[in-house]
Ligand binder design. Structure first.
Ligand code: PLP
Length: 368
């Protein structure tokens, strides 16, 4: 396909998407297909010769669409809302067209800098304290876009684990690192998302799942007592994951109480998972639900849920970016550049090296 045909097909695709979204209500929300339905409709090998685009689009309508669950359908009420909007789609189209891989500032300066600026905008709109904003005078923190909330929880747990192990190694220089690791204990509520359990599995640390109160809210006393009990057993509390807007019932853990309890455990990392409800704090009347955020070391929310931005777009802010990146830095010669000290390299803020220009769609949604 050359640019002349792309221009034509691109316009047709925009038309197809508009028609799809405008007439979505006429389709079934969920498909009536059985596992393996598509295997019987497609060849077993990719074609040797290119096919005509009209034929491809007719296959999309006849073979793909019957197997699609329409998350944007007005009667789709399963799981959680999947954000989408025309500005966000346009932002993603532009990112795909530019096609850069922004793992460091040098790999694509605008990709890095727009992400930092837009995360500051969104952090301010949500009402996060200044120490989470990268461009605020004197701030040590900042924001980053991750693929999913699960990844936000994982990387913060990895950072907390690295920080705890460093401290324990300094205290017990002759004890095996594996032994120190076996002492680390993370905490969350029974109502927390399963991604906390998964992160603990990956980090190879123990997780104590605590009972919330009758309003499904995790309370400070529960956390404090559990940590004191564990310390008496020789274990080392290092990470608490709280939730503002739980998956089951949109309950809110008592962040102020938990933060107050953690004053007795100053080395414990406090994470706030607001994947679902976090975007709502933009509304002035909902800001009180963010009470206690001043105690947090990190906070995540998913604009790809409520904020009309299409997947993937999970935003994570940390109070201290050095504590995050020191757990994730590997620095081979071929990725170094002359501005490493002066610029953010987002490759140190998460698991993957390569990253898309995702801030374009979030920016487009915030401004259009
Ligand atoms: N945390 C909470 C509170 C959630 O509601 C969800 C998803 O529904 C997640 C984490 C996981 O989100 P993701 O699919 O972005 O990993």
């Amino acid at each position: 396909m050359d640019s002349t045909e792309f221009r034509k097909r691109g316009m047709e695709m925009v038309e197809y998407i508009c028609n799809y979204l405008e007439t979505l209500g006429e389709r079934r929300v969920t498909p009536s297909v059985e596992p393996g339905y598509l295997r019987h409709l497609l060849p077993t090998e990719a074609p040797q010769e290119p096919e005509d685009w009209d034929q491809i689009m007719s296959d999309v309508e006849d073979k793909i669409m019957p197997g699609v669950t329409h998350w944007q359908h007005p009667r789709f009420h399963a799981y959680f809302p999947a954000g989408n909007s025309f500005p966000s789609i346009l932002g993603d189209m532009l990112g795909d067209g530019i096609g850069c891989i922004g793992f460091s500032w040098a790999a694509s300066p605008a990709c890095t800098e727009l992400e930092t600026i837009v995360l500051d905008w969104l952090g301010k709109a949500i009402g996060l304290p200044d120490h989470f904003l990268a461009l605020k005078e004197g701030s040590t923190g900042g924001g980053v876009i991750q693929t999913s909330a699960s990844e936000c929880v994982l990387v913060t747990m990895l950072a907390a684990r690295a920080q705890a192990l460093k401290r324990l190694k300094a205290q017990h220089p002759f004890v095996e690192e594996g032994h120190l690791l076996s002492k680390l204990m993370a905490y969350c509520s029974k109502e927390a998302h399963s991604c906390v359990e998964k992160a603990a599995m990956i980090c190879f640390v123990k997780l104590r799942i605590l009972e919330p109160d009758e309003n499904a809210s995790l309370r400070g006393q529960t956390v404090g007592e559990a940590m004191e009990e564990d310390e008496l057993q020789g274990l080392v509390p290092f990470f608490v994951s709280t939730t503002l807007g739980t998956t089951g019932s949109c309950a809110f853990d008592n962040l102020t109480e938990i933060g107050n309890e953690l004053k007795k455990f100053p080395c414990v990392w406090l994470h706030v998972d607001a994947a679902y409800a976090g975007n709502s704090f933009i509304c002035p009347e909902l800001k009180p639900l963010l009470k206690g955020i001043e105690y947090a070391d990190s906070f995540n929310t998913n604009p790809n849920k409520w904020l009309l931005t299409n997947f993937d777009c999970s935003t994570l802010w940390v109070r201290d970016r050095i504590r995050l990146t020191s757990a994730l830095v590997v620095d081979p010669l071929y990725l170094k550049h002359g501005y490493s000290d002066a610029a953010i390299d987002y490759r140190h803020w998460g698991v993957p090296l390569s990253r898309r220009f995702r801030s374009l769609k979030l920016c487009a949604k915030l401004v259009a």
